[in-house]
Write a protein that binds this ligand. Structure first.
Ligand code: MG
Length: 389
């Protein structure tokens, strides 16, 4: 029985993790749950999973949550605000913390969990992308495991089991191509939020679905792969694979290529991040290669999708630049989702922001430097948006 806590319990990652707990009650037990604002779902989760502690980021909703819990026998400790989320992350005897909070908001709770000696099931890639220079030394120092729950990185991690540390030559990340993979580049300036949210293969949250449509998601995953697996950027490639059956590949020094395959289902990488190194039996449908049919591959189009190039450049620049890229992207995507900017403004705003930051970057940023870079980049994106009007 493994004890786990979940940050972002009412989001896409959180609910899928709790599905796993429901179907494997002998393997997992929930210690803590934290979420942003959705108290209705949190109250149901409390009744079903009986956590010892919960936190809600929106402090104004604590009393509403308490009234939803009247009559429920199990009463957990209830905390609020960012401090509350951090407390859930480090609380009690949970062994593993699933970080499903969207965006850079996951950074401080993840650091708290690492300092408390907990393994991290990393479903929030922004934590590592923005905080890599600070998070990785802490992971070393506290001897915890950073287990990828992103499907591509889980695939690479699975392929790497048993590969000697000097055996890896290259990582090949597969990308579905997102909502606009079959749309000509000229049409991208008129696409709507609703168009962008129609992902062909994966069911995910809004922010990451937009990131898939711009291919920034893949760019961010390149940086995530660099930090997780220690390869230089010229050894991390992207290939478009519309069927999302191959979740990523590695090439070894002798040119042998290993791949991990499966139906597109986020629960599998989540389960492996929690069960590693064990394999737990599931009743999920087996992969049927004949049903999957043709597996095809295409070169990524850097002209159509400039976000990939922006991410490689930010990754190579290093220091706090990935934090700036990530914050600028989060802000631009939020502006797009609220219909304040167009789809093509997303890469434009990110590029301006990264350019303006480059003379201020430092190679070994502190946590404070990263938080400040994140704040600066968000403000810069909003200023640039107003300037463009
Ligand atoms: Mg992914």
């Amino acid at each position: 029985m493994k004890k786990i806590s979940i940050l972002g319990s009412t989001g896409s990652i959180g609910t899928q993790t709790l599905d796993i707990v429901t179907s494997h009650p002998d393997n997992f037990q929930v210690v803590g749950l934290a979420t942003g604002t959705n108290i209705t779902l949190l109250a149901r989760q409390i009744a079903q999973f009986k956590p010892e502690i919960v936190a809600i980021c929106d402090e104004t909703k604590v009393n509403d949550l308490k009234s939803l819990l009247t009559g429920i026998e199990h009463q957990p400790i209830i905390l609020a605000g960012e401090e509350g989320i951090i407390e859930v992350a480090r609380y009690g005897d949970s062994e593993s913390v699933v970080t499903g909070i969207v965006g850079c908001a996951g950074l401080l709770p993840t650091i708290a969990a690492i300092k408390a000696g907990k393994d991290i099931a990393l479903a929030n890639k922004e934590t590592l992308i923005a905080g890599g220079p600070v998070v990785l030394p802490l992971v070393q120092k506290h001897g915890v495991k950073l287990l990828p729950a992103d499907s591509e990185h889980s695939a690479i991690f699975q392929c790497l089991q048993g590969v000697p540390s000097n055996g890896l030559r290259r990582i090949i990340l597969t990308a579905s191509g997102g909502s606009f993979r079959d749309l000509p580049v000229e049409k991208l300036n008129t696409v709507t939020v609703a168009d962008a949210l129609k992902h062909p293969n994966w069911s995910m949250g809004k922010k990451i679905t937009i990131d898939s449509a711009t291919l920034m998601n893949k760019g961010l995953e390149v940086i995530e792969a660099h930090y997780l697996f220690g390869l230089d950027y010229d050894r991390i490639d992207i290939v478009i694979h519309p069927q999302s059956i191959i979740h990523s590949l590695i090439e070894l020094e002798d040119t042998s290529v290993l791949a991990q395959l499966g139906w597109p289902d986020m629960r599998l990488p989540l389960l492996y991040a929690l069960s590693w190194p064990d394999r737990i039996h599931t009743d999920w449908p087996s992969l049927d290669l004949v049903k999957a049919g043709d597996l095809t591959f295409r070169e990524p189009d850097h002209h159509k999708y400039p976000c990939m190039g922006l991410a490689y450049s930010a990754g190579i620049a290093g220091g706090a630049m990935p934090a700036v890229l990530n914050a600028a992207n989060e802000e631009a995507v939020a502006l797009f989702l609220s219909e304040k900017i167009g789809f093509l403004d997303i890469p434009r705003l990110i590029e301006i922001t990264c350019d303006r930051f480059s003379s201020h970057n430092t190679s070994t940023p502190t946590l404070e430097d990263i938080i400040e870079a994140d704040r600066w980049a968000r403000e810069e994106v909003r200023n640039q948006m107003l300037l463009a009007r």
